[in-house]
Design a binder for this molecule. Structure first.
Ligand SMILES: Nc1ncnc2c1ncn2[C@@H]1O[C@H](COP(=O)(O)OP(=O)(O)O)[C@@H](O)[C@H]1O
Ligand SMILES: [Mg+2]
Length: 254
């Protein structure tokens, strides 16, 4: 399989549980060395050139509690800055700015152990963003988030991509955040890319999704069923646009 993420691109790895999303990301971040094939990040081998790659790469693991090691939130977030040769003042500014950007400035002096799951996720994200990474790697960042938290994170990551030009690779087993955020989606199944393209294209491939133990959004399934019944409707993420087409078709037929 081939998977290429260009500078500034937002790529989603969409797959069912156990399909290898985390394993794939661990190869990208140099935690694992491939037995077959090869991985290049910024043209480097992330396993061999771990330190060089890591200073340009922000990672949020599936379980953020595993990566939060500082005695306080502030010290934890500052951890990745140690390699960048910044003055103490500049470090302070970066940490505070990043915490505030995520709305958790007030957690700076707190002991991470006592934070809620959602707060932990934000602290881990702060630790990844504080180095101003060229590439951000996020493992299931949307799992367990409620609707408004999903929207908030989508907006934040879009801004990061647009304003800082960061590339983003994230995994998901949910389709909605993929639809909202990704430029390109890769659907994984059995170690292969089962489908690839823009979210709108991929969500129309119902069969490939089913085979990969996923399911197209109901709206896309409805459009497909209407098409099979002879009513051609352009698929869209927005139910209003789909409804407008159906209403127009009926109005024309009357
Ligand atoms: N392409 C693959 N080759 C070898 N082992 C794989 C592959 N994909 C997944 N695995 C194995 O399957 C298990 C689950 O993978 P994981 O990456 O945790 O899946 P996910 O994050 O999608 O739930 C792991 O033990 C992993 O080593
Ligand atoms: Mg996983």
């Amino acid at each position: 399989m081939e998977l290429v993420v260009r500078a500034g691109e937002i790529a989603a790895i969409l797959a069912a549980n156990g399909a290898g999303k985390t394993t794939l990301l661990q190869h990208v971040t140099g935690m694992l060395r491939p037995v077959e094939g090869s991985v290049r990040v910024f043209g480097l081998d992330p396993y061999r050139d771990f330190e060089k790659v890591r200073t340009r790469l922000g990672v949020v693991m599936q379980n953020p509690a595993e990566q939060i090691i500082g005695p306080t939130v502030g010290e934890d977030v500052a951890f990745g800055l140690g390699h960048l040769g910044l003055s103490r003042e500049e470090q302070e500014k970066r940490v505070q700015g990043t915490l505030e950007q995520l709305g958790i400035g007030h957690l700076r002096g707190k002991v991470p152990h006592y934070l809620s799951g959602g707060e932990m996720k934000k602290v881990a994200l702060a630790g990844a963003l504080v180095i101003e990474p060229e590439l951000l790697v996020l493992d299931e960042p949307f799992a367990e988030l409620d609707v408004s938290a999903v929207a908030e994170l989508v907006a934040l990551l879009r801004r990061q991509s647009r304003e800082k030009g960061s590339s983003i690779i994230f995994t998901s087993h949910q389709l909605e955040p993929v639809a909202l955020l990704a430029d390109t989606v890769y659907v994984l199944n059995g170690g292969q890319v089962a489908a690839k393209g823009r979210p709108l294209e991929v969500f129309q491939q119902g069969e490939a999704l089913e085979k990969s133990r996923l399911r197209a959004p109901d709206l896309f399934r409805l459009v497909d069923m209407l098409g099979q019944g002879g009513l051609e409707v352009r698929p869209d993420f927005d139910p209003e646009k789909v409804a407008a087409q159906i209403i127009a078709a009926f109005a024309g037929g009357r």
